[in-house]
Design a protein around this ligand. Sequence first.
Ligand code: SF4
Length: 368
Amino acid sequence: MTSAAVEPVTPHARRSWRPKHVLVTRSAAELPHGREIVARCEAAGVEDIQLLAGDRLPGLRGESERETYARAKLTLAVVVAPPSALRPQPIPPSADWRLDLAKGCPAHCQYCYLAGSLSGPPITRVYANLDDVLAPIAGLAGQGTVTTGDAERADEGTTFELSCYTDPLGLEAVTGSLSSAIASVGRGEHGPGVGLRFTTKFDGVAPLVGLPHDGRTRVRMSVNSAAVARRFEGGTASVAARLAALRALADDGYPVGLTIAPLMPLPGWQEEYATLLHDVAATLDGVPQLDLTVELITHRFTEASRAVLLQWYPQTKLDLDEGGRTVKRTKFGARKYVYPTPVMREMRSWFEHEVSATLPQARVLYWT
Ligand code: SF4
């Protein structure tokens, strides 16, 4: 690889991401959705689009970790999802199942949970075999242990979470995958009793407004206090822009939500989160038949994610001190570091009270 200049990370990017480099595998280029992605990238003005002779992606390692990171974050790979990626996995407490339209995200959040779950340079891979990705939905209707088995969330049907490994709205302008998924579920092409959900830190919702969604996709905006957003969420839309986008979706009849995450008890956190909740209330005021949910997720990290994040963001001010945390085990046996019980208790009780006082129409789905 030639020596790439390290490009500055802007605090808040334009509303839709445009990759600088696009790599298209041979198999992906043969599929209609793969060709559509290439056409969208061309229309967006991407100049470096390489059609590869085979299905292997070239190495992206630069001369330094910083260079590898910078180049990978500017690169979109259009690939065919392997069979292992086409088997939906349970994903409590968010949804019954996980579906991946893509893996990787072009934003630069210094706490990014993908650091612990994806390996190698943080390139974004989007799947050209979209029909294969969506195909399992119909067969899983009525199966699951999160919304399917829960009387309070039964109206959501069997749910499929699209944002476990990516921010699907961030990629939408150059992929169109999210709109296709929302419209096909809304038109009932995958049968009755199923729903999609995703969370995002982008605001380019224009392609979603007016789709035949049939209320079957819940869009949540991932939001945070001013201090967290300002310090740690590079390359995303501003929180104000995210809330304006949420209003546009709510006006279009989408069920909507907030993912307030990762919660951090930074100095002045009560005032800052109170301001956020009031801003949400003001933004959504007057939406007819508002269907609003809230998910509350505290900051945590694993040894693996900590190591990767410190490589990606060596100057970060993020609290990654294991000494100030309590250790818990993930379902895969790895250690995760969460806030100590008294801190968790104080935050939980504050949020439960403030959310119900400021957003009385909202349902809190879970705290973790
Ligand atoms: S928007 Fe989400 S997936 Fe993307 S970098 Fe930020 S935390 Fe990670």
